[in-house]
Ligand binder design. Structure first.
Ligand code: SF4
Ligand code: SF4
Length: 470
């Protein structure tokens, strides 16, 4: 039975409720009055229910869809301004005991090289990432209690935070590892991680079980209830996501929003981020063998509808997507992107001899090129990690965000971290474009005291001081 507050995954992601929602949305497809009412509600910027979101997703009336896209863009600007946060993934190990049929790291794949970074190798990778300009990482690892126990993950986080090269430092480590116990989540919290990220892959239980035939991940309930355990363990920021293409996207969108509703109802805080990966080609994996792929237009619509449904949640697109798709997705709701990514275990410090990538990357540009591309589109590239380190996390963060005040922090922090990047790492071309943008952005700070402070901080950054933040 559907119960948003239940801690049983089959109740809070209730299959019957999703099927009812799909039927109800079909019966009301293109009901203009209903669509108008939902758009009106979305304008209040307090979010939409899973049922309302699906009505907008299914809408095929051009005029209404234009309204939806324009509103998504407006909401994103109202909450976050024009800043886009940059990060990079760091793969620690591709040893894995699971049998996920869409991932080349599944344990039966015998021809992919298996690798686990040593602490010395992690240090080298982190130095390479710092020399690119990165400040925020998402660490990734397969699930393997022998090769990648929690102790290995904790030691690696410690190495990452303690590696300092020139002016570089990694200031926020987000963690994407397998569902685990409350005790292990407590340990991750003590290790000062940023967001705990776990993709659901698919909310459809039967499909989930078919796609995960072996290993601990095959337990749908344990996996789906992981965020409840993470929040119980004291982690305050959690990141959701589904792998679009594995199951039917309408089902997934409803499940994803139900999950967000469940977290909000029980913990008073929704997901910190939502990622929207689509299945990609990889060793031993042919995306054509999954016949539920979604086209670029549908992908863009999903992002816009999510923006309306969970306006206060950051949204992430990775280098799985090509430049054009990334550009479209930025307009309608994405707030964070990766840049200059490697999806293999190692590869930042020196090129890999054998390919151990989890998936093929579509956007192969360097971080400098991505930064310049953002600037040329009048987005503010940001290397900010301030919230976590200033204690603006969990429900405190959401409070500020819901009051539409977070951009008052994002904008000055984006200016200051971009300045650091321009001085320490940028090419001349990017430097020129970035300095021009900073001047322009300073004009947009209305509060004269804040503006003065930012200008003073920019002068201090010129003098060599780093890590200034609001
Ligand atoms: Fe292992 Fe994750 Fe790949 Fe599944 S998706 S095989 S758990 S690395
Ligand atoms: Fe993110 Fe907070 Fe920095 Fe804004 S101020 S970019 S929300 S860390």
């Amino acid at each position: 039975m559907y119960d948003i507050k239940s801690f049983d995954a089959t109740n809070f992601i209730n299959h019957d409720e999703i099927i009812e929602t799909l039927k109800w949305a079909e019966a009301n497809k293109n009901n203009e009055k209903l669509i108008d009412d939902i758009i009106q509600k979305a304008k209040e910027k307090k979010g939409l229910t899973h049922r309302e979101a699906l009505i907008l997703l299914d809408c095929t009336i051009d005029e209404k869809n234009n309204e939806i896209f324009a509103l998504a863009e407006k909401i994103k600007k109202d909450f976050y301004g024009n800043r886009i946060v940059l990060f990079a993934p760091l793969y620690l190990s591709n040893y894995c005991v699971n049998g996920c049929v869409y991932c080349p790291y599944h344990y039966t794949n015998k021809h992919i090289p298996r690798k686990k970074l040593t602490q010395e190798e992690i240090e080298q990778e982190v130095i390479a990432l710092q020399d690119m300009g990165h400040k925020r990482l998402a660490i990734e690892s397969g699930e393997d209690p022998v090769h990648n126990p929690i102790e290995y993950i904790l030691e690696s986080i410690n190495t990452i935070y303690n590696t300092k090269h020139k002016n570089g430092s990694i200031r926020r480590v987000n963690v994407n590892i397998a569902a685990t116990t409350v005790d292990n989540y407590k340990k991750l919290k003590e290790a000062e991680i940023g967001t705990y990220i776990l993709f659901q892959e698919t909310y459809h239980k039967k499909n989930y079980e078919n796609l995960h035939p072996k290993g601990p991940k095959s337990n749908y309930k344990y996996h789906t209830e992981a965020m409840d355990r993470a929040l119980t363990g004291g982690i305050e920021d959690v990141g959701l996501g589904v792998l679009f293409g594995l199951s039917l996207y309408r089902y997934e969108l409803v499940g994803l929003i139900m999950h967000a509703e469940h977290l909000e109802a029980n913990f008073g805080v929704g997901p910190h981020t939502i990622s929207v990966p689509r299945i990609r080609k990889a060793d031993d994996i042919d995306p054509n063998s999954f016949d539920n792929g979604i086209d670029d237009d549908t992908f863009e619509k999903i992002i816009a509808v999510l923006r309306l449904a969970v306006p206060y949640t950051g949204m992430i697109v990775s280098t799985r997507e090509n430049v054009n798709v990334r550009k479209r997705s930025l307009h309608v709701g994405i707030t964070q992107i990766s840049g200059g990514s490697k999806t293999s275990v190692g590869g930042y410090a020196k090129p890999e001899k054998e390919d151990s990538s989890q998936f093929n990357v579509s956007d192969l540009r360097t971080l400098d090129e991505v930064v310049r591309w953002l600037i040329q589109m009048d987005y503010m590239p940001s290397f900010c990690t301030a919230c976590y380190r200033k204690g603006r996390i969990g429900s405190d963060f959401m409070e500020i965000c819901k009051k539409e005040q977070i951009h008052n922090f994002c904008a000055p922090n984006a200016i200051m971290t971009l300045k650091e990047y321009l001085i320490d790492y940028a090419s001349n071309e990017t430097k020129l474009a970035g300095e021009k943008l900073i001047k322009q952005e300073l004009l947009n700070i209305d509060n004269p005291i804040l503006k003065e402070e930012v200008i003073k901080n920019l002068e201090n950054i010129e003098k060599g001081i780093r890590d200034l933040k609001f």
